[in-house]
Design a protein around this ligand. Sequence first.
Ligand SMILES: Nc1ncnc2c1ncn2[C@@H]1O[C@H](COP(=O)(O)OP(=O)(O)OP(=O)(O)O)[C@@H](O)[C@H]1O
Ligand SMILES: [Mg+2]
Length: 365
Amino acid sequence: MSTKRINPNFSKSQAAEITKRLFDLTPSEMDPLPSYWDQNFYLATVDGGKYVLKIFNFKDSENPTLIGVQVQCMSFLYQNGLPVPTAVPTTSGQLMSLEEADFGCGYQKYLVILLTFLPGTTISKVPSTPQLLYEVGRTAARMDKTLQNFQHPHYDELQRDQFIWSLSNIPLLEGYLHVLDGDPLKEVVEALINQYKTSVIPKRSSFRSSLIHGDFNDLNLLVQPKENGAHRLSGIVDFTDMHIGYYIYELAITIMYMMMEHPNPIEVGGPVLAGWESVLPLNEAEKDCLYTLVISRFCQSFVLARYSVLLHPENAEYLMITSKKGISLLHQLWARGKEEMEKVWFEGAAQYSDEKLDPLLKKGI
Ligand SMILES: Nc1ncnc2c1ncn2[C@@H]1O[C@H](COP(=O)(O)OP(=O)(O)OP(=O)(O)O)[C@@H](O)[C@H]1O
Ligand SMILES: [Mg+2]
């Protein structure tokens, strides 16, 4: 196992120096934002600007081409009306810069980008009403539909065939199963992988391919209050997991993460699905695999968190946050089974329509 530290550990004053040197901006405030693999700073400048300085871990920094495509993609989404940050060019007109630093393991190179700051708070902090969940589903679909038109000379970089967080790679979890030895959930994960092989893989050729965000979780979505005390979705951040997958993956990932914090998680799928289908109705194969794919994401999150704990036991608490909550949901979903969950989600979705929700939704966000 490599002992190299992959996450950067720049001090506030180093981050301020980088900001001044690369972007000619003078910080008045510089606060670390929550992150694990990368380093993110909230940055306010003396002339009233607000930004996020993102410093990638050294592993991801080895592929500036991929990060470059992701940055262009964010800009494309922004131009098409999606609430996403964009990268601010350096004084020499570059969208990213490589910074060298030694955090005790020798000199490494770290990619730095400066993003516009989006106002709001993470969706994890507000009640997820059916209306907000509908908006999350609808925005995810609107984003992916827009991405159909994204072109880039290095588009193929987004293929990421071996990306372990792609829902195409559920069978690769077999290589990690030893981390569950002695855990009763191992059997469920094994059964899920089999279900994936027999019921999802044969249908994948009928799924519609799409470039997807791939990590629509409750810390990557920002909301702002509306006049009536409710919240609207105001931002999407963190495009580092973008890859070419299928529409249905994005929906399954979104449902899974929205379930995580919800007081009544079983009901979450209905409004998210209704919002999604108001833009991109599912085909039969996609409908048929939704249940298995939602559970697949729970398993992926659980297994990979356990694996990271083995590598970094000092971060066990942080790493297991998502999967701890996920374990009981995984049990619940598995016990209820495909037929019952499809009924809850698809009948739930039928209860929601634009008319039944806030008419402001129709005007777009
Ligand atoms: N442009 C932005 N505007 C406003 N807030 C942001 C922006 N970018 C990031 N944030 C905030 O910072 C948090 C962390 O950023 P981000 O999601 O990009 O990091 P991360 O990739 O999840 O971190 P890591 O990979 O290190 O775990 C987000 O959850 C969000 O609250
Ligand atoms: Mg994030």
